[in-house]
Write a protein of this length. Structure first.
Ligand SMILES: Nc1nc2c(ncn2[C@@H]2O[C@H](COP(=O)(O)OP(=O)(O)OP(=O)(O)O)[C@@H](O)[C@H]2O)c(=O)[nH]1
Ligand SMILES: [Zn+2]
Length: 204
């Protein structure tokens, strides 16, 4: 599997989705596997809560980035310079351990036909972050969705995140930051544009 595409698009999995009862039974099994008693009072409602929490963590499977980017404003006074939205907080879950990775996204684009509402870029981050992910794929999916949705002159995406599967378990290294980037259009072609993006991201 490459870093860009999940094995199957989420929409084709709708009929494979287990019932809520099956999901709650699976949580009871994991509680027992962890070593506790899923029938004790403090844990009795936990499967229900976990299934509900999964609904939030993995909400992105039921959302469509193209729809979010559908509304373009044509009247931005002819503005055609870079637009950078930085420090967008996100959380996701790694597909290897289902443990959170948490960080910030920085997104820039050069508009061509029009501009999009700033909040929509943050929404696109969440649509892809709220799935089981690899940071590399998440970075590419955000860039591709904006590139397809807005047809801009170029898109730049940078994610920086801490993977809790590296800090809480396994290698047990905390404070490790992973940075990934994805560039399309003029950001891909022109090193000076990439440098401009990087300097604006770092400018405080
Ligand atoms: N490239 C990449 N690796 C990730 C990401 N999230 C988690 N990983 C890594 O995925 C790897 C999975 O490695 P495996 O050897 O299959 O699993 P493991 O035995 O649990 O690995 P350890 O974490 O080293 O204990 C680990 O090195 C994780 O750090 C990600 O977004 N991108
Ligand atoms: Zn992991």
């Amino acid at each position: 599997m490459d870093a860009k595409s999940p094995a199957k698009p989420p929409e084709s999995r709708a009929n494979l989705r287990p019932s809520r009862e099956e999901a709650e039974a699976a949580v009871r099994t994991l509680i027992a596997w962890a070593g506790d008693d899923p029938t004790r009072e403090g844990l009795i409602d936990t499967p229900k809560r976990v299934a509900k929490a999964f609904g939030e963590f993995y909400k992105g499977y039921h959302e469509d980035a193209a729809e979010t980017l559908d509304r373009v404003f044509d009247e931005a006074g002819g503005y055609d310079d870079i637009i950078l939205v930085r420090d967008i907080p996100f959380f996701s879950h790694c597909e290897h351990h289902m443990v959170p990775f948490i960080g910030k996204a920085h997104i820039a684009y050069y508009p061509k036909g029009g501009v999009v509402g700033l909040s929509k870029l943050a929404r696109v981050v969440d649509i892809f972050a709220r799935r089981l992910q690899m940071q590399e794929r998440l970075t590419n999916q955000i860039a591709e969705a904006i590139d397809t949705g807005l047809d801009p002159r170029g898109v730049a995406v940078m994610l920086e995140a801490e993977h809790h599967c590296v800090s809480m378990r396994g290698a047990h290294k905390s404070g490790v930051s992973t940075i990934t980037t994805s560039f399309t259009g003029i950001f891909h072609k022109d090193p000076a544009e990439r440098a401009r993006f990087l300097s604006l991201v770092q400018h405080r």
